[in-house]
Design a protein around this ligand. Structure first.
Ligand code: ADP
Ligand code: 5GP
Length: 217
């Protein structure tokens, strides 16, 4: 009997060491709603882990150490770079951010999927090293709405918002190099879009063949 999850996806949990989990990279201009979409997807799907990045950015109100990020000093970050602890790292909006290589490897080896919320520079660094990584770009419905969301979130001051909007234009140039595009107009639809992308990889022959009954292999 093929183990199926709540939402019809094969459950990779008990399939340890049979197939490696997939790596999903989600990028978006700041304020597009990427964190909101991922929070919903992660609360609804089994067998997928969020990669918590290390950052030198100051903690925002409401954020928690080890939940949103591992907040580290510049010195500690540079030390981790020297130790080759990052799968990728980049300077974004004036702060450093990096993805833990060990965590990503550990999750994938256990048969679970892992999702990275990283910027476009980081996404392409990972794609070079992990060619089968799935690149997903989240777009706001319009630039006007992007600015409205950034302001409504109220976590950045005016100059930081201006910097993030200016960077958004450069980031948007990378859209055509991504595998999937999710427009975050209506949240539920965007969440379902992201879930569909993840499910499509779980139904790939690579993932399915090892768990099919003997007679189908
Ligand atoms: P990001 O992680 O891309 O920077 P957030 O997830 O923090 O963006 O979302 C930015 C703001 O927009 C938040 O206040 C969030 O509640 C809001 N938001 C997210 N998705 C939607 C949506 N579909 N419609 C309206 N507001 C949204
Ligand atoms: P924020 O400061 O709003 O949390 O994130 C700012 C930007 O940094 C976002 O585009 C986010 O995707 C990106 N980011 C977060 N973690 C990482 C990481 O580990 N590596 C890279 N390259 N970008 C990251």
């Amino acid at each position: 009997m093929i183990p199926f999850g709540r939402r019809g996806a094969p459950l990779p949990g008990p399939l340890k060491s049979m197939t490696k989990g997939d790596l999903f990279i989600v990028s978006a201009p700041s304020g597009a709603g990427k964190s909101t979409i991922l929070r919903n997807v992660l609360s609804r799907m089994d067998g997928i882990a969020f990669s918590i990045s290390h950052t030198t950015r100051p903690m925002r109100a409401g954020e928690q150490e080890g939940v949103d990020y591992f907040f580290v000093s510049q010195e500690r970050f540079q030390e981790m770079v020297r130790q080759n602890a990052f799968l990728e790292w980049a300077e974004v909006h004036g702060n450093f951010y990096g993805t833990s290589k060990g965590f990503v490897e550990e999750v994938r080896s256990s048969g679970r999927d892992v999702v990275l919320d990283i910027d476009v520079q980081g996404a392409f660094q990972v794609k070079e090293k992990v060619p089968d990584a799935v690149l997903v770009f989240v777009l706001p419905p319009s630039m006007e709405e992007l600015e409205r969301r950034l302001r409504r979130r109220g976590t950045e001051d005016d100059s930081t918002i201006s910097l993030r909007l200016a960077n958004a234009r450069a980031e948007l140039e990378a859209v055509s190099r991504y595998d999937f595009i999710v427009v975050n107009d209506e949240l539920e639809r965007a969440v379902q879009g992201m879930e569909a992308i993840i499910l499509s990889r779980r139904l790939s022959a690579r993932r399915m063949l090892p768990i099919l009954p003997e007679e189908f292999r």
